[in-house]
Design a protein around this ligand. Structure first.
Ligand SMILES: Cc1cc2nc3c(=O)[nH]c(=O)nc-3n(C[C@H](O)[C@H](O)[C@H](O)COP(=O)(O)O)c2cc1C
Length: 219
């Protein structure tokens, strides 16, 4: 079975700027569906190596107070205006879903479990987009804040994979530069084994470091 509307959807999808999201939030039934689709991702070993935290309505404000506390503890010099701004992060969209990567015991690698959490983030975006809502996958400082993680009840096995901001769209999403297949795709053959690693894309100025980039664990 082919589905040209799905192909068209995937070919044109784009994140919304978080400033381009507004009320209304998806309905409770839609949220349930978005979460269900978020769980429907490849998961080697069926570990369920992720869980979701939904922030909606007043809860966004209450969680914002935890953001304030964490920011203040980690930036004791911060002015009140800056703390107020940080406390409003979750108010930027009517619905925010955090995806937490939770490492499970088992023979399958942590790397694969983390990849599955990334897939969950993307599926949440796709589900919301397919209902006509905009979305944006952000991490920002609070994903890496030990204090915020502690205040939220995460433990050592837990990492925020992202916060998915969802809402109605108040503006059209503009396209952004993308790599070309010739930058990053290699149709491998033993006669021409060199790989297109995307470094040409970086060199034309779209932004990622060509030299000096290292795998995260080597930094
Ligand atoms: C794991 C991850 C974390 C991100 N965190 C941020 C962030 O903190 N701030 C930001 O401005 N963009 C962040 N982004 C980028 C936005 O999601 C951006 O909207 C997206 O890359 C646009 O892609 P698209 O045009 O294909 O939708 C992040 C993306 C990913 C995959």
């Amino acid at each position: 079975m082919t589905n040209s509307s799905v192909l068209e959807f995937l070919s044109s999808r784009r994140s919304s700027k978080v400033t381009g999201l507004c009320e209304p939030a998806p309905s409770p039934e839609e949220i349930e569906k978005i979460l269900e689709i978020g769980m429907r991702v490849p998961d080697h070993g069926k570990y369920c190596p992720w869980y979701f935290i939904v922030f909606e309505g007043e809860a966004r404000k209450e969680a914002g107070e935890l953001l304030r506390q964490a920011y203040q503890a980690e930036n004791p010099e911060a002015a009140k205006a800056k703390l107020d701004l940080e406390a409003e992060n979750f108010l930027r969209a009517p619905l925010v879903i955090a995806v937490v990567s939770r490492i499970r015991e088992g023979k399958h690698s942590q790397w694969e479990q983390i990849l599955s959490a990334g897939a969950a983030c993307y599926n949440l975006c796709l589900a919301a987009n397919s209902m006509g809502y905009g979305s944006n996958w952000l991490t920002q400082w609070y994903s890496y804040s030990d204090m915020f993680k502690k205040l939220m009840g995460l433990d050592k096995r837990d990492h925020f994979a992202g916060f998915i901001y969802i809402g109605a769209k108040s503006e059209t999403n503009e396209e952004r530069p993308r790599p070309l297949a010739s930058d990053i795709v290699t149709y491998w053959s033993k006669l021409a084994p060199s790989l297109n690693k995307g470094d040409t894309y970086g060199m034309v100025g779209h932004g990622f470091p060509v030299a000096g980039a290292q795998f995260i664990e080597e930094q």
